[in-house]
Design a protein around this ligand. Structure first.
Ligand SMILES: [Zn+2]
Ligand SMILES: [Zn+2]
Length: 239
């Protein structure tokens, strides 16, 4: 446990989650058990159908969005829980850089609800999108792995964190277009234990779906390792 994690644990005890709203961070008396004030709970930017059958982005009517009409992904289908609004972006940022553990519990619960209500997938195992070991050391944790663990606990599916690995240290994807992202990710991932993947239906978990390049590259190596199929669940979807 590093120093910030200890500090976080102490703060968790001194100031329990239900004092300030996790989204607007205002203190209120009507905070629900998921850490939201009434106003934020009522306006949580949850994604509702109709969504694109491939990437999970909201669309006008059921079907495939324009972006997906000409692409062939290696995953079967992707679903996201929330729109990537400025509030959700801030929430994920706090989670990602401060590692606030109760946020992963709430976000994992949201993901579990979406999985149960919207996915209808039978999955054998959950795998988080891995971080490069160097980045994981800097950050102290992998945010996708924290989400995967909470989700796994809620839906009763085990999580495998060591099989899909990131072997290439890539620069940040932000600011790159779809083609540059794909180039940047070439050869970034590897399956270390083919036996753990072969014939399995895998649920890949990440925090944000932007162009889908990261989860698609992961799905590619999983399918090359003879996975049965790969589904993707992310907390938020943005452009
Ligand atoms: Zn609020
Ligand atoms: Zn789409």
């Amino acid at each position: 446990m590093n120093l910030s994690a200890i500090k976080e644990a102490i703060l968790d005890i001194l100031y329990p989650q239900n004092i300030a709203c996790i989204l607007c961070q205002k203190r209120a008396s009507d905070i629900d058990d998921k850490g939201l004030c009434r106003a934020c709970a009522d306006t949580l930017p949850t994604i509702a159908p109709p969504v694109c059958q491939k990437c999970g982005r909201p669309v006008g009517e059921d079907g495939i969005c324009i972006d997906c009409a000409y692409v062939r992904y290696h995953f079967e289908q992707a679903v996201s829980v929330l729109h990537y609004t400025p509030e959700i972006k801030r929430l994920i940022h706090r989670f990602k850089y401060d590692g606030i553990s109760y946020l992963s519990r709430i976000m994992g619960w949201w993901m579990a609800q979406a999985f149960k209500q919207r996915c209808g997938w039978k999955v054998d195992i959950i795998m988080p999108v891995p971080l490069h070991p160097k980045r994981q050391r800097q950050r102290g944790f992998n945010q996708s792995a924290l989400l995967a663990r909470e989700l796994g606990r809620y839906i009763g599916v085990s999580v495998n964190e060591g099989v899909l690995i990131r072997k290439k240290y890539t620069t940040a994807q932000a600011g790159l277009n779809k083609f540059q992202r794909m180039q940047n990710l070439q050869g970034a991932f590897e399956v270390r234990e083919i036996e753990a993947v072969r014939g399995k239906t895998i649920l890949l978990v990440d925090d944000v779906f932007t162009t889908g390049s990261t989860v698609d590259e992961c799905s590619k190596v999983l399918m090359q390792a003879r996975a049965q199929r790969v589904y993707v669940l992310t907390l938020a979807v943005g452009r």
